[in-house]
Design a protein around this ligand. Structure first.
Ligand SMILES: Nc1ncnc2c1ncn2[C@@H]1O[C@H](COP(=O)(O)OP(=O)(O)OP(=O)(O)O)[C@@H](O)[C@H]1O
Ligand SMILES: [Mg+2]
Length: 367
């Protein structure tokens, strides 16, 4: 007899959901398992199906197939208003003729809550998003960041069990986005609401989410913590989409439990993990630019030591980027944070350099 299976079910479960619009498969057989209290990000480029997936979770779109469960209840066929879910849309359009106070109260009034309770909740929300002093203003009298907080307060006022945010910071410029990311996480954590957010900005997903689902062309390619996805991408797309990666294509030439060798046109690359693959199978090796060391004189490095000529140098303040061309034409990107991890200041255009990385700094990718 099999041992009992532990219940690992999430709070929100999407099971094999697909959405077809005529001949377009906007969402393709997606399964998700979101835990209670987490901030879960759907990350992918424009048109990959993020909003459509979120709209199906909210009930504004019905799946062509598949199901959605919330806290053990099948909600696939429920109307949006029947779900304990609130969604903040990509353009969070506040009512322009209503004050901040009335914008936040809007949904509560529609629910027919007693006046005193509405007032209490609106005041609570205003304190939460620190807009008490601006309660009487109209949206056009607020900054972009303040408008965003009103929209958030409006979404939270009904105390949803699940908060869905579609590009919550999309309307803000870069600097304000970064500040607001922290505020938003603080507010969500204070309330303790489970949150699924959509973004196409990988830094935003990395800094805000406890876990990220990376999407491409309607499919979820990988789900993991920001660190897992960055350090152990499971395919080329994820490695390339999250941060930057140098990819070396080759074939598996040695495979042991804790190490492997990939033979590439650039030479043999040693990787500090096994792949349990078949000798000769095609694999790529991914190495992050910041994990590569570089020097003008030959270093003492047993593995993964290559040479090239510096073609480009770009200084970005806190870090510098070098593009190094190898003799076979392959270009490699190397970055260095300008905090003296290694002094690369002497390296410039047309210098012949050695570059190398440790076995544990690379991962293999099969797709
Ligand atoms: N109502 C619709 N009818 C037909 N096609 C649609 C509809 N809604 C979305 N699509 C298509 O489905 C695909 C996914 O769209 P979706 O809006 O989910 O993308 P997204 O990831 O949110 O993109 P963005 O980052 O630009 O907001 C696109 O090809 C889009 O054109
Ligand atoms: Mg969208």
């Amino acid at each position: 007899m099999n041992p009992p299976v532990a219940r690992t079910d999430g709070f929100l479960k999407a099971d094999g959901i697909t959405k077809l619009f005529d001949d377009v498969t906007a969402v393709d057989d997606v399964s998700l398992n979101v835990k209670k209290g987490e901030i879960f990000a759907l990350l992918g480029s424009s048109g990959c199906g993020k909003s459509t997936l979120l709209r199906m979770l909210a009930g504004f779109e019905s799946p062509t197939s598949g199901s959605v469960m919330l806290d053990g209840v099948d909600i696939t066929l429920l109307q949006p208003y029947e779900r304990p879910i609130n969604m903040m849309f990509q353009s969070y359009a506040l009512f322009p003729h209503l004050s901040v106070w009335d914008n936040i109260a809007f949904g509560l009034k529609r629910e027919g809550l007693p006046k005193a309770e509405i007032a209490e909740r609106v005041e609570e929300m205003l304190r939460l998003v620190q807009l008490t002093a601006l309660a009487k203003r109209k949206p056009h009298q607020l900054s972009g960041g303040q408008q965003q907080r009103v929209a958030l307060a409006r979404s939270l006022a009904k105390r949803p069990q699940l908060l869905l945010l579609d590009e919550p910071l999309g309307a803000l410029d870069k600097k304000l986005r970064e500040q607001t990311q922290f505020e938003l996480v603080n507010i969500i954590e204070t309330v303790g609401v489970t949150c699924v957010m959509v973004t196409h900005d990988q830094e935003e997903a990395m800094s805000m989410a406890s876990r990220i689902a990376v999407m491409n062309q309607g499919r979820v390619l990988q789900v993991g913590t920001p660190r897992e996805i960055y350090e152990h991408p499971n395919c080329r797309f994820v490695a390339d989409f999250i941060g930057q990666a140098n990819l070396f294509d080759g074939v598996l030439s040695l495979d042991e439990p804790d190490r492997c060798e990939i033979t590439t046109p650039e030479g043999v690359i040693h990787v500090g993990h096994g792949v349990a693959g078949t000798p000769g199978m095609a694999l790529a090796v991914a190495v992050r630019p910041e994990k590569i060391n570089m020097a003008k004189s030959r270093p003492v490095a047993a593995h993964n030591l290559f040479m090239g000529t510096v073609r480009e140098v770009a200084y970005f303040g806190s870090y510098s980027t070098f593009i190094v061309d190898m003799s076979n034409g392959k270009s490699v990107k190397i970055t260095d944070s300008n905090t003296a991890r290694q002094d690369l200041t002497g390296i410039t255009w047309n210098d012949v350099v050695y570059f190398w990385w440790s076995d544990s700094s690379a991962v293999t990718l099969s797709l």
